[in-house]
Design a protein around this ligand. Structure first.
Ligand code: AHR
Length: 658
């Protein structure tokens, strides 16, 4: 319980003066709601945005080690790709045979391609296939890797298979064997424990007896995934996200949601159930999605780390840039035909039943069958992503919204207002939101640091007590400290306006080194290492220090200095008082802190400071170059703090009664 005595709401800082001025200029602005002198703000302001861009899912967060495990790669994904991409045909020790890709009798119709291996002569080695994963399979000495594959014996006799992990010179690091026993598709498993560390191993499957067999869905997972979940996530990356303590996770994108044409939309039902039944497809970012990291895994991850799930579904239209032109604001938007809309709306409603319905309900039963009988407690559903505000979009959005509202008034629907901070789609999107009285809309903008500094009062001018904002994607262009500190300054304005801005998430989140389509990202990684950007540390400092009551009269600073920003919140669960002070200038600047209205505060506070040179950034060579410095800090009822040049400081003050 918060036992601070909170001050009366008073107008003493520059920010508030601006707020008041804006209130006078824009007569529609309602006064901010206050709670005992503080203002109630969103308790789930900062969260994460996940999109399968930059190899964030396959080859990234999804721990699968085999690339193109189901032989579903195709030239549609990327020029030059085919069902056998990333596999090698192997004949060792004077063996010979043939290999082909077939589609006549697949494991599942959603997964049409498989290979057929005809082993004519095994020689001294065998006939088979090899996969180097996503640029090499990383294995660690003594650790267990779980292999599974589907095989269909097409010859009379069983076929013996040797499965191994090998280094680049062909030295075996782990080995096991499988013998086929069925003329129908059957799943086989084996465990491989590596003898050595290796960052570029291959999975090799060799048939060591004559015969013919089909093979498909060849999968290899480390036993140690995040929380040891089967079909799980890469432990180090997932842990890093968990440690950010996001209040929510938006998934699965981004542009990936509405897709490159109607056939490429992200359809959630294709991403649940056994992996061999999931429908793979082209990734809009010019690669491939296995859907192995699908809706079940996203929801499970949210639950595991205490974040609310925020799925975004297409608004029954494809990306306006569909069709390969990728001209911003293009007109390639395609709409689901009206006669198919009732089926599409069903799909949206089914998601809510799948997530929240009892295990006895039709879709709830599928969730239960996947191992989660309890509901996932879904609260939010996003409809649409940056869509062009065409009559086709509006008509379909209204239909979907009306259906969700009628059947599930408990769900908060989040609309969309285009790809930019202003302009035609933004205006039309907001007009529609006002007309429908939408609870929340999703704003997106990427811009230069100076835009963020100049727009720190954007939300002070927004109407109160009406449609709220989810700032679903934002970033200043760059991963230098200057960018991160600018974002920190902007984030203090999101806290100040936390009665309007309900949620915010930096984008994009993950990026694999050498496989990026979007240059400014939050966390870079390769198969072994992680390089958190300085922007990541800003996000983490805000996420781990969120509050739900905002105070405008605790920190004062030079009102004329636009390089300074600050915020003060209380987290009423812990009772902690949290100060955030930002200096985006080149010299240290003082701020005055007045805690005299807060009783019972402990003198020894925790302080974290992120600072360095404006052009500094973290690299794979030096990932820890700029990280927050932690220390204890003595606070008093009134004190001055010199905010270092180019820095973010967070001071967390505990309450004596806790
Ligand atoms: O975050 C990267 C992309 O930026 C998203 O896919 C899209 O929504 C936005 O344009």
């Amino acid at each position: 319980m918060n036992t601070f005595s909170v001050p009366k709401y008073s107008v003493c800082s520059f920010k508030v003066i601006v707020q008041v001025a804006l209130c006078l200029i824009i007569t529609t602005v309602a006064p901010a709601q206050t709670t005992k002198g503080g203002k109630k703000i969103s308790s789930e302001l900062f969260g994460l945005f996940f999109e399968d861009i930059n190899y964030s899912a396959d080859g990234g967060l999804y721990a699968e080690l085999v690339q193109n495990r189901s032989f579903e790669y195709s030239p549609t994904d990327k020029a030059g790709w085919n069902p056998f991409s990333y596999w090698d045909y192997v004949t060792t020790g004077f063996s010979y045979g043939t290999i082909g890709v077939e589609t006549t009798t697949p494991v599942h119709p959603n997964n049409p391609h498989y290979i057929v291996l005809n082993i004519e002569h095994v020689g001294t080695g065998g006939v088979g296939i090899k996969n180097y994963g996503f640029d090499g399979i990383v294995v660690r000495s003594g650790e267990k890797y779980n292999l599974s594959l589907f095989a269909r014996q097409l010859s009379k006799e069983p076929v013996s298979l040797t499965v191994s992990l090998q280094n680049r010179r062909g030295v075996v690091l782990a080995e096991s064997s499988i013998s086929t026993s069925s003329a129908d598709w059957k799943k086989y498993s084996a465990s491989l424990i590596s003898k050595e560390n290796n960052d570029s191993a291959a999975l090799v499957i060799l048939a060591t007896s004559r015969g013919k067999l089909g093979l498909d869905v060849i999968s290899l997972f480390p036993e140690k995934t995040f929380r040891n979940r089967p079909n799980g996530m890469r432990n180090d990356l997932a842990r890093m996200l968990a440690e950010m303590k996001p209040k929510f996770i938006r998934f699965p994108g981004g542009c990936l949601v509405h897709g490159d044409g109607l056939g490429n939309m992200y359809r959630w039902k294709n991403t649940i159930g056994p992996i061999e039944e999931r429908k793979e497809q082209k990734n809009i970012w010019n690669y491939h999605q296995t859907a192995g990291l699908g809706y079940f895994e996203f929801f499970q991850f949210c639950e595991d780390i205490g974040a609310k799930p925020l799925p975004v579904l297409p608004a029954a239209v494809s990306c306006q840039n569909s069709g390969g032109t990728w001209r911003i604001g293009g007109t390639g938007q395609k709409a689901i035909p009206m006669e198919e809309m009732s089926e599409y709306i069903r799909e949206v409603l089914d998601l809510i039943e799948w997530a929240n319905g009892p295990a006895t309900s039709g879709w709830g039963a599928k969730r239960a069958a996947a191992g989660h009988p309890a509901p996932f407690n879904l609260e939010y559903v996003g409809i649409g992503n940056e869509d062009k505000m065409t009559p086709e979009f509006e008509e379909r959005f209204k239909m979907i919204y009306a259906a969700v509202k009628a059947k599930h008034p408990e769900i908060t629907v989040i609309g969309t207002v285009g790809p930019f901070a202003e302009g035609d789609d933004y205006n039309k999107g907001w007009k529609l939101a006002n007309e429908l009285k939408l609870p929340v809309v999703d704003e997106h903008y990427y811009s230069q640091p100076k835009w963020f500094m100049a727009n720190q009062y954007r939300y002070d001018a927004y109407k109160r007590n009406t449609t709220g904002v989810y700032l679903g994607e934002y970033a200043s262009w760059g991963n230098k400290l200057r960018n991160a500190i600018t974002e920190a300054a902007y984030m203090t304005s999101l806290e100040r306006n936390g009665d309007v801005v309900r949620m915010a998430s930096y984008a994009p989140m993950l990026a694999k080194k050498g496989f990026t389509q979007w240059t400014t990202d939050l966390i870079f990684f390769d198969n072994v290492k992680i390089c958190p950007t300085v922007n990541f540390f800003v996000q983490k400092m805000f996420m781990t220090n969120q509050g739900d009551i905002y105070f405008n009269n605790v920190i004062s600073k030079d009102a004329k200095d636009s390089t300074l920003a600050a915020s003060c919140v209380i987290d009423s669960k812990s009772g902690d008082l949290i100060l955030k002070m930002v200096n985006a200038g080149n010299v240290d600047k003082p701020m005055k802190i007045n805690l005299s209205n807060f009783k019972n505060i402990l003198v020894d506070a925790e302080k974290s400071v992120l600072t360095g040179s404006a052009d500094g950034e973290n690299t794979f060579e030096n990932p820890g170059k700029i990280v927050p410095g932690l220390s204890t800090f003595k606070v008093s009822s009134k004190f001055e703090y010199s905010v270092p040049a180019m820095s973010l400081t967070v001071i967390r003050i505990k309450n004596r009664s806790n």
